[in-house]
Design a binder for this molecule. Sequence first.
Ligand SMILES: Cc1ncc(COP(=O)(O)O)c(C=O)c1O
Length: 395
Amino acid sequence: MTSTHTRHLSDTSASQTPTQGQGSCWPDHGGQGAALLDRLGLSSVTPTMDVSASLNPLGPPAWLADWLARAMNEVRHYPDPEYRDAVAALAASLGIAPLSLVLTNGGAEAIHLVARAYRRARALIVEPTFAEYARACRLNDIEIERLQLSGDDFRLDVEALSARLAPVDLVFVCRPNNPTGTRLPRSDVEALVAAARRSDTLVVIDEAFVDFADDEAPLTDLVEQGEPLVLLRSLTKFYALAGLRLGYLVASPQRCRALQHHQVAWSVNGLAAAVVPELLADGDFARRTRDWLYSERAYLTAGLRDLGLTVVDSQANFVLFRPPGQPSQANGEALLAYLARHGCLARHTHTFSGLDGAWIRVALQRRADNDRLLRWLGDWLGDWLGDAQSRGENR
Ligand SMILES: Cc1ncc(COP(=O)(O)O)c(C=O)c1O
């Protein structure tokens, strides 16, 4: 490899590097327990609870292990490059035409397909949000503008967003948003796509967590009406299949063909594709998940608020909160480290624009684990408030 190549490669990775600490970096995503403990200087801790990755604690479905064992014979064959069975099952479940859907290697591939198709364009990203949009844009020389949300509710003003569309080719909106859990109302999405039509901008809505949101008419009808809209979806979160890699996107047939053009052949593995119809047929798993979710989201949110923490209303399977008082990186980090010392891995927010470590995101668990988390938080707050009083501080 020439020195030019070496320099180019190292430059690219440097531009992706998250916040640097004294030793190692903050990990880019949840579910990177060893890297998180390393960054906190707590490598000797044995984790007992991981709330840093937002996966359904009821999953994966119990039948999956046997199903995969039986399906192993199939790994000798190439999968159908068009994934017709999986696409047909997903399209039928959404009530859309199969030509409006592309199966992808997780929601992450869907993000990167869009960015690849818009190489050297200009994009607007609503922050704080999932860092992969910016990374995909950087990898494709897309110029990035940002609309930063703030306050304790992270409300998105759709008029302000619409006013920023004219100079950009695409806009990324995550709904429900990672990490805030907030969901832009459907009426605002309609206003946004109307503005996008006028400015010839593509609206990219990442719905990786949509299956956890309260019922609402899906946005697929807007795609079918020909609006400039792409929906990105993931099966990772709801079915707890992070290692299998399954996602898809919904767009007009013409746009699907254009995006597919950039997809690596057989990018979704054969086992993942083959399991799609089985997952969709498991209505019992979906029902149990929703029952768990509605009870635990309300329970944990109320429990966090009762402790005096500042909590964002969530439409996802995770909750974002911070210690009381002004947002403080030191307090956020102290709490993160306290939880880690007890074996509980929460999601730091150093890699989310504007949150800077002051907030913490936790994935909802079953009741016993949510209670464990609330107890640790209560103990930490007790110590923290006690320390403040003994120093005569007014928190
Ligand atoms: C908002 C959002 N979109 C997409 C993804 C990627 O999902 P997948 O695991 O299906 O690639 C994630 C993963 O955390 C996410 O948070």
